[in-house]
Design a protein around this ligand. Structure first.
Ligand SMILES: *Cc1c(COP(=O)(O)O)cnc(C)c1O
Length: 631
């Protein structure tokens, strides 16, 4: 979408001019355009969506617009429209740090949304509470991520570790749930195989995986055929790509120098940077400080001995941009450029300006090693690393983001062991040393260990392990399949269900929820009893009996769960299992007895607890109402 049209007012024409201007008011306008404008655009195209996927909180206003339209066109109340929109919305978060989330002060929200609120028939206060943690607060800003979490029924991070980090980050929104049960899961990112694939490797795969390999890129068996590629052929293809990268980098460097008005002799030198046969390490990404782009140059002496080695030279190709307002990020770029201009490193460190998809493609196709050294756990995914194995490159990375899941000890290298440390200076120091260690002891020796035929057989076998292991999993086919099966289809089913019968199901569900919410405080778990007390042996069961006093709530509208698991040092259940307690017949009204059994599968000190949850067919998530009553 573009606002740069003649008929728009000049301040509106600027909305789509820059992605990040740093101006909060511009930001809210952009997000209004994206979310609200996006839904309106789809409507004008006659493509009103059923299921919507919010990619990061930036687009979360879309849920409000869908609510507004449903209220206006289908005569729904706000809670009814909210119910149907929430149950058909998916939210993916990409940010592991609170500072990365867009928040807007209440007065700004008021300025842009007071009329909108009136149209939806809700007060400004309840509107603001959609984007707040504490709904009663008056000065808490409005968070786009909280809005997204409140108005979606599936939420996920973009790698397994990022899922864990996100649950920790948002645990305040589900205070009564154990952290591991917070309904934010993960679907690990993937890359578009065909898009990032080089022609050389495309031909290799056609030849050895079969011409139809790309129709089923998630098929592990097809990727096993990687072994059939002759080492010499694989290596030749890879070397051609490295050479192509180097000639591209030289051309770009010459242009950069010419544009800067550099001396003729310097421009000529651009033709001689980098060695076509040297171990080439690539690093290209946004220059956010947590990615620590300059970690590799913290020990200049050690770096110099690696890069200026006569027998086993190493070289770096670096690219990336910093956020316009990120001064420390820009400083990192300056440091790298400065170093690459010194006589000592001129030939072996090149910074390629104007990082874009083209530069990215040359790099991920041509490097031997892709380096990633973020400060764990701040790298949500680190998706660029997935583009490298498709083209025969190997990852060397901190165990963060996707690499945590992908690394198996044979398909690349790790830096450190996945430690997290609050003392950043100390962590940087330790991991900088770990990086040099990996390079000196593992990466460089393997690369330069050549057989009599000149081939680095050990390296090639790691290339193959990386291709075999990474390619079938970390691609968009697998990712989209996961989103479809786990999120989109359940959302679509719920959308259809709530839209059926003139939306009678929807209205009944919303009524039921209102009733349950009103009466929930009456729910009370009591008379919990171990029927067979004492120590148990592995293989035996513990039988538990409990009552729920449901007051005026129908006991069919409540389910009772038993949570059990090993106790940690603080006496809390950690990573517990959940079993459904079974109701048993009983006489007294307003009291329901349940029974359940804990299987004793392991030895140790275990704990258990019980909790009541609202229950109804058509409720698509058990924590959907965020109502829970613990014993
Ligand atoms: C390349 C790419 C990125 C960037 O990955 P980083 O490792 O974070 O630089 C992110 N998302 C997608 C879809 C990509 O293709």
């Amino acid at each position: 979408m573009d606002t740069n049209l003649d008929k728009n007012a000049s301040q509106d024409r600027e909305i789509t001019d820059r992605l990040y201007s740093g101006d909060l008011e511009m930001r809210i306008r952009q997000e209004i355009l994206l979310g609200i404008g996006g839904i309106r655009a789809l409507k004008l195209l006659n493509q009103p969506p059923s299921v919507c996927h919010m990619n990061e909180g930036h687009s979360a206003f879309m849920a409000l617009e869908r609510i507004r339209i449903l209220m206006a066109e289908s005569g729904l109340t706000f809670p009814e429209a909210e119910e149907i929109v929430r149950s058909s919305t998916v939210f993916t978060t990409h940010t592991p740090v609170p500072a990365g989330i867009d928040i807007f002060p209440p007065d700004l929200m008021q300025r842009y949304f007071s009329q909108y609120c009136r149209q939806m028939g809700i007060s400004m206060q309840s509107f603001l509470s959609l984007g707040r943690n504490q709904s009663a607060s008056t000065d808490e800003p409005f968070s786009m991520a909280i809005l997204a979490l409140n108005l979606s029924s599936f939420a996920n991070g973009v790698s397994e570790l990022h899922g864990t980090v996100s649950r920790k980050m948002w645990r305040n929104l589900w205070q009564s749930l154990p952290e591991e049960e917070i309904p934010i899961t993960h679907i690990t990112n993937g890359v578009n195989t065909r898009f990032w694939l080089s022609d050389e490797f495309d031909r290799l795969y056609d030849r050895y995986l079969g011409p139809r390999w790309l129709e089923d890129p998630v098929n592990q068996q097809i990727w096993e055929r990687i072994d059939a590629i002759p080492d010499a052929e694989l290596w030749r293809s890879h070397e051609r790509l490295r050479e192509r990268l180097i000639s591209f980098v030289r051309d770009r460097l010459r242009l950069q120098l010419e544009q800067r008005g550099a001396h003729h002799s310097r421009i000529l030198e651009a033709e001689e940077v980098l060695y076509p046969e040297a171990l080439t390490i690539g690093f290209a990404r946004r220059f956010a400080t947590y990615k620590r782009a300059t970690l590799f140059m913290r020990d200049k002496k050690r770096l110099s001995s690696l890069l200026n080695s006569a027998e086993r030279p190493v070289q770096f190709v670096i690219a990336g941009k910093a956020h316009p307002n990120d001064q420390p990020g820009k400083e990192l770029i300056r440091e790298i450029i400065h170093l690459s201009n010194t006589d000592e490193f001129r030939r072996s460190i090149v910074f390629v300006e104007d990082y874009d998809i083209e530069v990215g493609a040359y790099m991920v196709q041509g490097v031997d090693v892709w380096l990633n050294n973020p400060r764990r756990p701040l790298e949500a995914s680190g998706t660029s690393g997935m583009k490298v194995p498709i083209n025969g490159g190997i990852n060397l990375s901190i165990l963060d983001g996707w690499w945590c899941e992908a690394y198996d000890g044979r398909n690349g290298w790790k830096i450190g062991n996945g430690e997290v440390c609050d003392d950043h200076a100390y962590q940087d120091e330790v991991e900088q040393r770990a990086l040099y260690e990996s390079l000196e002891k593992e990466v460089i020796p393997l690369f330069y260990q050549r057989n009599s035929d000149g081939l680095p057989r050990g390296w090639i076998s790691m290339m193959k392990a990386s291709m075999r292991g990474v390619c079938p999993v970390f691609n968009t086919n697998r990712m989209v399949e996961e989103y479809t099966e786990r999120f989109y289809l359940p959302c679509l089913l719920q959308w259809n269900y709530l839209n059926s019968n003139d939306m009678i199901e929807l209205k009944q569900l919303v009524n039921w929820k209102n009733k349950i919410r009103e009466k929930w405080e009456q729910i009370f778990i009591s008379d919990v009893q171990v029927i067979n007390p004492g120590d148990r042996e592995v293989g035996e069961d513990i039988s538990i009996k409990a009552n729920i006093k449901t007051g005026s709530v129908d006991s069919d509208d409540v389910s009772l769960e038993l949570v059990y698991g090993p106790l940690n040092a603080r006496g809390e259940i950690e990573n517990g299992d959940v079993i459904q307690m079974e109701p048993v017949k009983n006489g007294a009204s307003g009291i329901q007895t349940y029974k359940g059994q804990i299987p004793c599968l392991k030895s140790g000190r275990f704990g258990y607890s019980l909790r009541a949850l609202p229950f109804r067919r058509g409720l698509n998530q058990k924590f959907d109402m965020r109502l829970i009553k613990w014993w």
